[in-house]
Design a protein around this ligand. Structure first.
Ligand code: HEC
Length: 508
């Protein structure tokens, strides 16, 4: 019975992805080869009639710059203007292909199997030098979250297995008994050369209560899964799932005192896989807790703009799960009163900036359009109406007409940082570390596909500095800092995940 669900869900997912995946890349490659390679070279190396498109670009290397170079050309220098012969979407496609090639981010390969290349010596960066020290190895290949407890231990979730404790000496405990169940019936589906995890009922973020020292509460967000529990599960004869937030305590290796903090209406549980389920938690200074629910609807676009569904949203509740009176939709009927922001596609990171009192999130765009967002109550982040990225078939993101939703571009909150081409941005921290004083307030942002760690300096909602601190390290699934200013990275890998720590050069 469960098999048939996976089959059904993946057939549907495949139909959707197939439609979208089959044309995008080949189209932009074909466009380039037919129209541009003669002057710029098949591999962007340049040719007698044109310039190389690798290295420094004379007219700028942002998406907007390149689109402009292609559209307007420079007739006198021998670069045709393409705005009349190619559509705007085609020009953006080719531009994206150039950018992806320049950044070496093929999005046909998610780099699960690349060898882990952890630098042994000192890593030199603009403001701080550091070493990378391995804290723990031997974790399952697909972890999701790490968090530091005040006593120096780390908690880690393995998506399909459970919660473990990493001791100060790096010893990894067995799975904590009694946590919400995690489901391991995951499969890697290879679609048009792309490897993608598929599963339902994973463990996501774990985080101690801000006053953990006194109350021992630990919050855990997970994909709650059930069978024969709503109309869809009965019709499809399959399991369904939805993010659910609980808290409990850990005593003698067991999860105890569990309380449900937030749960969706069972009718909203669905068959959509957990890859884009979001699943991060953040606490603010005022007794609130935020969490993300990504695309867990019926497909990639239905209901995300709708206040009566829980998915495609960032939610906010009080620590005990009650609704804060100042929530944007508090007291309204027929909506999820926990909704804080809407229009999210695949939220990856969620952090509260305790210094400035602001909530921030990262999320995956489709092809291009990875985002760093300042999350403002009741704001709409645009999916699936609008994105700076493109659908995988090369068309612009614009499901508004299909959904019967009219909107103005000014209704949509634009990202503070647009990461195009997509490095597959993941989790981040806003650094408060004393070990890296010059990074204080900066965003340390991980990535999956690009396997890199970035430092972003954001001032007044503008990106003012971007540095790649580590390149090609590993798929970085999570980043955390502890009270001593240690910065931990959770590295995903097919041969076993590991936790590493950045050690400032000069500190112990
Ligand atoms: C007939 C030759 C020719 C063709 C065809 C051509 N280009 Fe160019 N392109 C050039 C030349 C020459 C320049 C340098 C122009 C200048 O220096 O002002 C250039 C410049 C550019 C630049 C700006 C480079 C920089 O350093 O900022 C981009 C981007 C670019 N071309 C993209 C394309 C794309 C995409 C296509 C196909 C759709 C294309 N070109 C087709 C000759 C060509």
């Amino acid at each position: 019975m469960f098999r048939s669900l996976i089959a059904l869900a993946s057939v549907f997912a495949m139909m959707v992805s197939k439609l979208s995946f089959s044309q995008g890349v080949p189209d932009s490659i074909a466009l380039y080869n037919e129209n541009c390679a003669v002057c710029h070279g098949a591999n962007f190396e340049g040719a007698p009639q044109g310039v190389p498109l690798l290295g420094d670009l004379r007219y700028g290397d942002s998406m907007a710059d390149i689109v402009n170079s292609i559209s307007s050309g420079n007739q006198r220098a021998g670069m045709p203007a393409w705005q009349d012969s190619l559509s705007h979407a085609q020009i953006r496609n080719v531009a994206l292909y150039i950018l992806e090639s320049r950044a070496n981010v093929s999005y046909r390969d998610f780099n699960h199997k690349q060898p882990l290349e952890i630098p042994e010596g000192i890593v030199e960066t603009e403001l701080h030098n550091f070493r990378i020290e391995t804290v723990a190895t031997g974790l399952d290949a697909l972890p999701f979250s790490i968090t530091a407890l005040p006593d120096g231990r780390l908690l880690v979730t393995e998506k399909k297995y459970g919660v473990r404790i990493i001791g100060p000496d790096g010893a990894v405990s067995n799975h904590i008994e009694g946590t919400p169940r995690a489901y391991a019936d995951i499969s890697m589906v290879t679609l048009n050369g792309l490897g993608n995890e598929r599963g339902l009922g994973w463990l996501f973020d774990i985080a101690p209560h801000p006053d953990y020292g006194n109350n021992g509460w630990i919050y855990l967000l997970h994909g709650d899964r059930c069978e024969d529990c709503n109309a869809l599960s009965r019709r499809a004869e399959s399991a369904v799932s939805m993010n659910r937030l609980v808290r409990g305590r850990i005593a003698d290796g067991r999860w105890v005192d569990e309380e449900v903090i937030w749960q969706a209406d069972l009718e909203h549980y669905g068959t959509m896989i957990d890859v884009a389920a979001g699943g991060r938690i953040a606490f603010d200074n005022n007794g609130h807790l935020y969490f993300s629910v990504g695309m867990k609807g019926r497909n990639n676009f239905l209901g995300i703009q709708d206040l009566s569904t829980p998915w495609g949203k960032i939610h906010r509740v009080n620590y005990d799960g009650s609704i804060p009176a100042e929530n944007p939709y508090a007291g309204r009927d027929d909506v999820y009163q926990s909704i804080y922001t809407i229009g999210h596609r695949s939220p990856q990171g969620l952090e509260y900036d305790h210094q400035n009192g602001e909530l921030w999130g990262t999320e995956h765009g489709p092809r291009g359009g990875d985002e760093v967002n300042h999350l403002i109550p009741a704001a709409n982040y645009g999916w699936p109406l609008y994105s700076l990225g493109m659908n995988y078939n090369g068309s612009p993101v614009d499901f508004g007409e299909r959904l019967g939703i009219a909107y103005e571009l000014s209704d949509i909150q634009q990202p503070v940082v647009d990461l195009t081409p997509s490095p597959a941005v993941s989790s981040f921290v806003i650094s408060e570390s004393d070990q890296f004083p010059q990074w204080r307030g900066n965003f340390l942002v991980g990535s999956l596909k690009a396997r890199s760690l970035y430092r972003l300096k954001i001032e007044n909602n503008r990106l003012v500095e971007r540095e790649t601190l580590l390149e090609g390290l590993a798929r970085i699934r999570d980043i955390e800092q502890d009270a001593n200013g240690n910065i931990f990275l959770l590295l995903e890998h097919s041969e076993g995940a590991r936790v590493v720590r950045l050690v400032a050069e000069g500190s112990e």
